[in-house]
Design a protein around this ligand. Structure first.
Ligand SMILES: Cc1ncc(C[n+]2csc(CCOP(=O)(O)OP(=O)(O)O)c2C)c(N)n1
Length: 336
């Protein structure tokens, strides 16, 4: 499994970019925590967040060109949305289903983020369907002769879906500019990965479809970034897809409707909490003289304030106008 212990200079990231990566990870964590809290307060019907996945989400998305590349996330990808340019306010307006929400005007299920100007493609609720959407955008880019890359994120459970196999096969046959990112958190709700696959590393499946698969430590943001950079560069050069398997762990239940005490031991969660990707990256930056306690606290405070301001704004924003309830349901005439 690939992980990074080399100096940051080897990765071609500036000191500012490294601190920005840390900040995006902190912001993703704070946003997910706030969403779950709002759910417990009865202010939102459902919450699904990605605490523990921040290195995988931020590290992969950081390799893209926002606004140019196609971003096809799944419900857990708060970190992806923030890296490619959504604000916490955008996410909160979406989470609380407000009319001003850019993805669906408050009509979609929470965490089905999308944003046309940022090329974030809305996902469908059935697990794995977004894989085919990403293969479709990559096919379109190739047919049009454009050097855009599509990146798609999904869990380990999604790799059992036919959509994943069909998507990978089509992408391999046509050498499409797509990067498959499996956020392998070991469970599909309560189903452990060993009941989903008979291989140790799901990345090996890529070889069967004719392209490379890599397994990385999904809690090491720089290892993830390096794998994603290589995959994106390869796709942009016209050399085809890559499958990245990032091994990680979700530190919280599957969603607000799940009681994870029923299927995973507390000791396991505690073990993984010790490998928290944010604390790990902070330690790495401190070790290389790029972060001290003062800067770390300043960044954490900034993230908390950004989440507070976004929550206040979204809570005060009006819900969708009932008059518009049928919009996007039936065909509308010009100017309607
Ligand atoms: C086709 C389909 N089957 C079942 C579900 C219910 N469901 C929603 S999320 C989920 C688990 C997916 O697990 P995984 O792909 O590993 O992603 P994770 O949530 O662990 O990040 C399931 C079974 C669904 N939405 N769609």
């Amino acid at each position: 499994m690939v992980s990074v212990s080399e100096p940051p200079s080897e990765l071609g990231l500036s000191d500012d970019q490294l601190l920005d990566i840390l900040y995006k990870m902190m912001l993703a964590r704070a946003t997910g925590q706030r969403e779950r809290m709002l759910n417990r307060m009865g202010k939102a019907p459902f919450a699904v967040s990605g605490e523990g996945h921040e290195a995988t989400q931020v590290g992969t998305a950081y390799a893209l060109l926002p606004g140019k590349d196609w971003v096809v996330p799944y419900y857990r990808d708060i970190g992806v949305a923030l890296v490619v340019g959504q604000t916490v306010r955008d996410l909160m307006l979406e989470f609380l289903a407000r009319g001003e929400n850019v993805s669906s005007g408050g009509r979609n299920m929470p965490s089905h983020f999308s944003d046309p100007k940022l090329r974030i493609v809305s996902g469908s609720a059935p697990v794995g369907t977004q894989i085919l959407h990403a293969v479709g955008t990559a096919f379109a880019s190739k047919l049009r002769g454009l050097d855009e890359v599509s990146m798609v994120w999904f869990g380990d459970g999604a790799t059992s879906e036919g959509d994943c196999h069909e998507g990978m096969n089509f992408a391999g046959v046509h050498k499409l500019p797509v990067v498959f990112v499996c956020e392998h958190n070991q469970y599909a709700i309560s189903v452990h990965w060993t009941k989903q696959m008979a291989v140790e590393n799901v990345a090996v499946r890529a070889e069967g479809y004719g392209f490379p698969g890599v397994t990385v430590d999904g809690n090491d943001v720089l290892a993830v970034y390096r794998a994603a950079r290589e995959a994106v560069d390869r796709a942009r050069r016209g050399e085809g897809p890559t499958f990245i398997e990032a091994k990680t762990y979700r530190l919280v239940p599957h969603t607000s409707d799940d009681d994870d005490r029923r299927y995973r031991p507390r000791e396991e969660v505690e073990e993984w909490s010790k490998k928290d990707p944010i604390r790990r990256f902070q330690a790495y930056l401190e070790e290389h003289g790029l972060l001290d306690a003062k800067t770390r606290d300043k960044l954490a405070k900034k993230a908390a304030e950004e989440v507070d301001a976004a929550t206040d704004y979204a809570e005060k924003a009006p819900p969708p106008d009932p008059e518009t309830a049928l919009r996007h349901v039936f065909k509308e005439e010009e100017g309607e």
